[in-house]
Design a protein around this ligand. Structure first.
Ligand SMILES: *Cc1c(COP(=O)(O)O)cnc(C)c1O
Length: 368
């Protein structure tokens, strides 16, 4: 059996008719950028997130950068986040000229440890970016409380957490400005690059709209220096179709995770921990294994793809070596990076496929 890490082909074939007809519609109208499809998607995605406003952009990295620009984060400012994330979170901070200040993760949830935030706050701190890693929302109540106490803004990096909930709130509805990626492999994925910013603030939404398109609301009337971060209509059309399936796909991911959990329960592996406050949407099914690299090799030999999210914590990447943060700075993030392995996870994964993956994992564990 061959089990891919994600299977976008099977998903496309399941919704081919709807997708093809929506894309054809864009072609027939030759309105390729922003426009009606984008507005319709923004409205529907805002609804899903319980946010008042959604602004579609060209990718998740831009979403984060525009969010920080809209919040007036400037050179010299500090923004708190974790080193256990995709580099884009830190890049967005760096690109507005601010400095990322890292806080270690909670080892069980892989998300920012709220107890370690306050010790990193200085006069320069302006914002916190909690990353809902793997599809599990961070513990947002203490984060929001710390932010309020110190006058900081909160930008949720919800790139992996579409449709996740924290207590009774949707991921992406809690912080001041919240960011999503629709990279094809994300839980809600376009057929190209796309992203979105959600907020309840009309003022911030307006700023993002300005920044997205050269600082203009009206053609050639440029109010501020903006950028070109527009979303393509074809992507909004695809996302509009997929959004209707997101709830059932989310439930299927959760069911698949549940089955993995049941079948792997009595092994030496550390399985994902779903915090009591969270509805985890399993963008990634991440386990910890002592012999992680050998396990991956064995799986690969047997046709099972796997991943590591992420192999090097951001502070140890060459790109951030200038900060001088050495090994040992963030023990929980560093330990996780050595042990984590992500097993195949997507809504269309069948029970038979999951059982095959688990059989191969067990075969490996028996001999190692
Ligand atoms: C995917 C991702 C991003 C960046 O999104 P792009 O659409 O690829 O630019 C940012 N943060 C996290 C946590 C991500 O997983």
């Amino acid at each position: 059996m061959q089990i891919p890490f994600v299977d976008l082909k099977t998903q496309y074939l399941n919704i081919k008719e709807e997708i093809d007809s929506e894309i054809q519609d864009v072609l027939d109208n030759t309105a390729f950028i922003l426009g009606k499809k984008v507005e319709a998607f923004e409205e529907n995605f805002a609804k899903l997130c319980d946010a008042k406003f959604c602004v579609g952009v060209n990718n998740g990295t831009s979403a984060l950068r525009l969010a920080l620009l809209a919040l007036d984060i400037k050179p010299g400012d500090e923004v708190i986040t974790t080193p256990s994330t995709f580099i884009a979170t830190a890049e967005a901070i760096s690109h507005v000229g601010a400095t990322p200040v890292f806080v270690d993760i909670d080892e069980k949830t892989f998300t920012i440890d709220p107890n370690k935030i306050e010790e990193k706050i200085t006069e320069k701190t302006k914002a916190i970016i909690p990353v809902h890693l793997y599809g599990q929302p961070c513990d947002m109540d203490p984060i929001m409380e710390i932010a309020r106490k110190h006058g900081l803004k909160v930008v949720e990096d919800a790139a992996q957490a579409h449709n996740a909930t924290y207590k009774d709130k949707k991921a992406g509805s809690i912080g001041d400005v919240n960011c999503f990626s629709f990279y094809p492999g994300k839980n809600l994925g376009a057929y190209g690059e796309a992203g979105a910013v959600c907020t309840n603030s009309e003022e911030l939404a307006r700023k993002i709209v300005l920044l997205r398109q050269h600082g203009e609301l009206e053609k050639y009337n440029h109010e501020i220096i903006g950028d070109n971060c527009r979303i393509a209509a074809i992507q909004a059309a695809v996302l509009g179709v997929k959004l209707k399936h997101l709830e059932s796909w989310t439930e299927q991911r959760r069911k698949n995770a549940q089955l993995y959990n049941e079948l792997l329960e009595n092994t030496e592996l550390t399985l994902p921990f779903e915090a009591p406050y969270a509805k985890h949407v399993y963008h990634v099914y991440c386990i910890r294994a002592k012999n992680r690299d050998k396990l991956r090799e064995y799986l690969e030999k047997n046709g099972v793809a796997s991943g590591i999210h992420y192999p090097i914590p951001v502070h140890l990447l060459k790109a951030y070596s200038f900060m001088g943060l050495k090994e040992g700075s963030f023990p929980a993030s560093e330990q996780a990076a050595k042990e984590i392995v992500s097993l195949p996870m997507y809504p269309e994964l069948s029970e038979e496929q999951i059982r095959y993956v688990v059989d191969k994992v067990n075969e490996f564990l028996k001999d190692n």
